[in-house]
Design a protein around this ligand. Structure first.
Ligand code: ZN
Length: 292
């Protein structure tokens, strides 16, 4: 089946044709006119496609596919799914970008498990779940949103309104802000990661603190869902100083016997996981699509 796979984020949009394997990936900045960017990217790729699978930043109504991505202010309740169907004349399926990343990792990541959580740690903290070999959606498509598991009661305020969510501590901007308060000059996650690699103590502490929080959040999810694998992607996950405290904290907080073989590792597919998962919404719907 020939599926046009699309991955829409606040900074860039990626698209590729899946035809038994993922073809060349095309990218464009999201910009201030996201619909214009989407159509400019997709129009040249539309020939012969039978369906369009989309991963997009949330929140969204699912499966209706009306999107209000936090990082795309131009879209509030934008009917992305129906607009794409109307323009390209093919069926469209759409899910949260972190859910698509999770599906991609389960389908093509070679993990050898039917119980996996995918996580994206970057500007936000997102996630998705495959349980018993099938994607979990929850009542409104939000299952797996591990960024809003509370890891520190009474902790820092989260954009969702609660205190102490994993996202409020481990999202890139929160890590940078924590370090800045302690005199660190970095203004982006990339700058802070560079300082950490040079041995800057505050930068190292900032990532260690995020790693500790991620370990607690991962442990909470794993104990609830009896997970075998947690695959973590996103820019922040590539910072080495995050991982030692993540593993220590996980070991401390997830001690129950059935989690002794839990594997928590960097994601296998890199940036293409979301596109591969978006294609799977059509290529393997028995496992990955229960919407309409
Ligand atoms: Zn929250």
């Amino acid at each position: 089946m020939k599926v046009l796979a699309v991955d829409i984020g606040g900074t860039k949009i990626a698209a590729a044709v899946w035809d038994g394997a993922l073809g060349e990936v095309h990218r464009t900045p999201t910009g201030s006119d996201p619909w214009g960017s989407v159509t400019t990217l997709l129009d040249p790729l539309k020939d012969g496609i039978e369906a369009i699978g989309v991963g997009c930043g949330g929140p969204m109504s699912w499966p209706a596919g009306e999107v209000s991505p936090l990082n795309i202010p131009a879209w509030r309740g934008f009917p992305l799914r129906s607009e794409l169907a109307a323009r390209y004349g093919v069926p469209v399926r759409l899910h949260n970008d972190a859910v698509c990343m999770t599906i991609g990792e389960h389908w093509q990541g070679g993990w050898g498990t039917e119980d996996l959580m995918g996580m994206v740690v970057s500007t936000g903290v997102g996630g998705g779940l495959v349980s018993g070999g099938r994607v979990l959606n929850g009542a409104g498509g939000n299952a797996g949103h591990v960024g809003h598991v509370v890891v520190e009661a009474g902790g820092p305020l989260c954009p969702c309104g609660a205190r102490g969510c994993l996202e409020a501590i481990a999202r890139g901007p929160a890590i940078v802000a924590w370090a800045a308060k302690r005199g660190c000059s970095a203004t982006t996650g990339v700058e802070l990661a560079a300082l950490a690699s040079q041995g800057n103590a505050v930068a190292l502490q900032a990532f260690a603190r995020a790693g500790r929080a991620i370990g607690i959040g991962v442990g909470n999810a794993a104990v609830l869902l009896d997970l075998e694998v947690v695959a973590i992607g996103g820019g922040i996950s590539q910072v080495p100083s995050l991982w030692p405290t993540l593993r220590l904290s996980l070991r401390a907080h997830a001690q129950i016997d059935y989690l002794k073989d839990l594997r928590v590792e960097p994601a296998a597919l890199g940036q293409e996981a979301g596109l591969i998962g978006a294609a799977a919404l059509f290529v393997d719907p028995d496992r990955y699509w229960t919407g309409d």
